[in-house]
Design a protein around this ligand. Sequence first.
Ligand code: GDP
Length: 593
Amino acid sequence: MIQTNIRNIAIIAHVDHGKTTLVDEMLKQSGTFRSNEQVEERVMDSNDLERERGITILSKNTSIIYEGVKINIVDTPGHADFGGEVERIMQMVEGVLLLVDAFEGPMPQTKFVLRKALDAGLKPIVVVNKIDRPEARVEEVLDEVLDLFIELDADDEQLDFPVIYASAKSGIAKYELSDTNEDMLPLFNMILKEVPAPKGEIDDGLQLRISSIDYDKYVGRIGIGKITRGTIKKNQEVVLCSADGTLQNFRVSKLYTFSGLKKEEVNEAEFGEIVALSGNDDINIGETICSTDKIEPLPFVKIDEPTLAMNFIVNNSPFAGREGSFITSRHLKDRLERELLSNVALRVEETDSPDAFKVSGRGELHLSILIENMRREGYELSVSRPEVILKEVDGVLCEPMEHVVIEVPEEYMGTVIETLGQRKGEMTNMISNGSGVVKLEFHIPARGLIGYRSQFMTDTRGNGILNHVFAGYEPYKGEIPTRTKGSLVAFETGTAITYGLYNAQDRGNLFIGPGTEVYEGMIVGENSRSGDIVVNVCKRKQLTNMRASGADDAMKLVPPVDMSLEKALEFIAEDELVEVTPENIRLRKKILN
Ligand code: GDP
């Protein structure tokens, strides 16, 4: 059976190519809003950090109704993926929109998600946006999209992609550039025509895999997913099938579908629909909910194990709380526990100190995004330098390995191979596709990747992409040579200086990740109690206070970071870890935007 009145699509776009504007406009024109009602909240844009780094972390659900058909729109993360999120999204939809800026063309960062969409057999609708830009180069951009599809091994049907020409800003979408319509109807019609309606069996037992988790303080934990079989009703007794094979019966206490930007309570929903439900606070991502009479869980999407751990520590400096919000270990614990609800690849453990929690994740980028989010929420905290998680297997000390896939223009290949070689990476594959881009694969200890992403960005002038997946545990390979001097690297991002402290006091790399900003202030220093090098997250004023009072009893500043850009550059120039040139700074800006 086919649900002719439903379409489920995901949107893939590079940051700033106009995804938010497009969805806002789709909401307005589809009649989801009455004309006097404003789109009061921008849809897919709740995480500032995402847009700054070009990385979407949260995925959001929106829906519109057009000609009696409900179109569910699911946002996709950018190039980073911590825990199989992109795969889960692709299993929820029957189609994707690939939104591309008519001037910039497809960006390497969207490749990762696009590949997953193509691998899932989805046929993209290519939306060339911003055709109103005077410098738009529509035909070339379409050629670039085609080249990208070929590079990603798209099949014949996918290569024959439909195209829409849009100016999301003006609310226009057209079939042909020469068309004169002033609305988005061609886009809606194209979605209805090109995206297959969900197929399934309505009279069969319920089957629904949880793709994401939401939390509501009144109803508790909410699971979101697509119904792949049967129907679900409010108050129905269902079975939650966990990864380990445990079954747990529960009653659906609330059931919602998505309507515009909001969740709407419903009493019943059929296969093909994306729903949210509550009633069991143990619901986890990847688990299947079935009817009690037919328990057939869908395969569990494997979530990679955490490989890197950092301590998150309550900031005990005498200045804590003066500017930001002072946090207690209780606050910190609550915040981390909340994070665990939806951040599936994260682990949090208590430590010997009540003020410190060991937070483990899928790499520096994963952890640094959390730190940055918390800082923005006003948390003041310290974090220790990252360490890989070692494990004893059959009496042998083992360390996590990563499978790294890199795509770079040929000219940077030499540097990448050399650097990863020094970091104990072993090249396992090299494919040149003839277009000047090489794909390199490495098998490397997770330790070897600490601090590498930033170096990679610099080495490849922002033109490379780097992804890694967990590749098992192997006997510890011995020390990885590290630099002995501490060094601050900084670069300007907008009004901010972004920096990381490398290799402070020969303790390995302390790295906060690309995009970490200090415009509100951050202290890199030595914790006088533990001797650990930590980064303290706080407000700028606090820094000034500390320096003024010379409060080195709590934190020794290495070095003062509310310095001007010139000062930071001077500092860095002394050490030759990263060459800071105006060109490199521009590059950083480009990467981070
Ligand atoms: P997102 O990061 O993909 O969500 O991008 P936004 O929707 O926030 O748009 C990024 C910028 O591009 C904003 O300044 C928009 O006003 C602008 N923009 C979006 N669509 C268009 C368009 O069709 N034409 C032009 N000229 N600018 C656009």
